[in-house]
Design a protein around this ligand. Structure first.
Ligand code: FES
Length: 158
């Protein structure tokens, strides 16, 4: 089933939810999000064949435009030069979508897991056993394009 294929290099990120659901995320969308309470966008990958791969839970992705000066070298290496950064949004604790933001920290609403987006999603709070994997990103023609596979296994370890 094409909509259940895992995210792959060359996929384009689209909005997962909201009024722009399944529309391609642009650099302008990410810039606009920067000033908001939630400065990131939850995304799904869309294949070159235009299939939105939304039926695989581990394809839930968070994408953000962040300050490259704050990123660790490893993090920056897999971000775009503009500072577009993406991670698996499936919490490593029990699989909730990591959907909140507090004091410049990415926060899981279920049990308060906290991740440092500037440092490869290092766990900085809560019961989370491991970081979520980063997803290599590039920007092409203002669109957010996946540049490689997740740098680790997404989803809850079973
Ligand atoms: Fe995220 Fe428990 S599922 S902290």
């Amino acid at each position: 089933i094409p909509s259940k294929e895992p995210v792959a290099a060359g996929d384009i990120l689209v909005f997962a939810t909201g009024p722009k659901a399944e529309q391609e995320i642009t650099l302008d969308d990410l810039r606009a999000a920067q000033g908001e309470k939630i400065p990131f966008i939850i995304a799904f990958p869309k294949s070159p064949e235009n299939v939105v791969k939304k039926d695989l839970i581990t394809n839930t992705i968070m994408v953000i435009l962040a300050d490259p000066a704050k990123m660790s070298p490893e993090t920056k290496q897999y971000a775009s030069p503009e500072g577009v950064l993406a991670y698996s949004a499936v919490c490593k604790h029990l699989g909730c979508t990591v959907s909140q933001w507090q004091n410049d920290t990415w926060l899981c609403p279920c049990h308060g897991g906290k991740y440092d987006i500037y440092n490869q999603a290092k766990v900085v709070g809560g019961p989370v056993p491991a970081p979520v994997p980063q997803l290599p990103i590039k920007v092409e023609g203002g669109k957010v394009v996946v540049a490689g596979e997740f740098l680790g296994k997404p989803g809850v370890d079973v």
